[in-house]
Write a protein that binds this ligand. Sequence first.
Ligand code: SF4
Length: 210
Amino acid sequence: MNKTKRLEILERLRADNPEPKSELEYSNPFELLVAVTLSAQATDVGVNKATRKLFPVANTPEAIVELGVEGLKEYIKTIGLYNSKANNVYKLSQILIEKHNSQVPESLEALVSLPGVGRKTANVVLNCAFGWPTIAVDTHIFRVSNRTKFAMGKDVDKVEAKLEKVVPKEFKVDVHHWLILHGRYVCVARKPKCGSCIIEDLCEFKEKTE
Ligand code: SF4
């Protein structure tokens, strides 16, 4: 895909949604970190349902530690992989208290050293909580980037590197939201809704639907 098309795609996505936000509900960096950690292989809707009950009771590292792993499980047991997620959230809360003055660190290196926090989670936290121009490639972004030929790559790291290279600075903070939302609601996995897609004329997917 050429530069002109990419730019037009980004401009249309921005015009359609000038201030995109994560669909996860949170009110501070710690809540965001917990919500993103819980969202691996789960839906944002399912995570929000659980955190709406959890956060009023525990939304600081101290309160999570106070709640304990078993207490935490009670709130998140509707979410897939909740046993290991409860352990990770408990342990990362302990580390935040011990090493980071109970704050979420604004550093990729420090974030990825926390239990259950991979590069994608860290990038989401840096982007949404601190406004970094990071691009966290998830399954939706991977699919949309390859299908449209906007930024092709065999794995998420390659797509991330390609997006880093081809997305102009002014779009970097928001591009991951636009691509996630596009993949979640329009360019869906099984049958993309090409007929109602605002970038249909620019997309280079060969098997577009009606
Ligand atoms: S035209 Fe179809 S395949 Fe291309 S981005 Fe839109 S929904 Fe996805």
